[in-house]
Design a protein. Structure first.
Length: 94
């Protein structure tokens, strides 16, 4: 039962965003120098008067691809998991 609960949780913790990068990418490497980390913010229009600014983080090969093919102002569609109040290390990502 525990495995099914984990799978259900992963299905439920999906977020879908379409927006534009607001600045140039902040690219770093993990402490062990094995994983590339790319951070930026995307502007997502909620309606005609409201825009939300969402911080996003890409890791590894995906970070390399985003860095290579996008820049400030590019539109991007993101499907991912929402993690609030945790670092990547405590969340088990790195």
């Amino acid at each position: 039962m525990k495995n099914k609960a984990c799978k259900l949780f992963l299905i439920m913790n999906n977020i879908y965003l379409i927006g534009r990068f607001t600045k140039e990418h902040d690219v770093q490497e993990s402490k062990d120098k094995k994983t590339k980390i790319l951070r930026n913010t995307i502007a997502v229009s909620r309606d005609k008067e409201t825009t939300d600014f969402i911080p996003v983080t890409f890791l590894g090969k995906l970070a390399e691809t985003v860095e290579k093919y996008t820049t400030k102002g590019n539109r991007i569609s993101i499907v991912g998991a929402l993690v609030i109040g945790e670092s990547a290390v405590t969340a088990g990502i790195l």
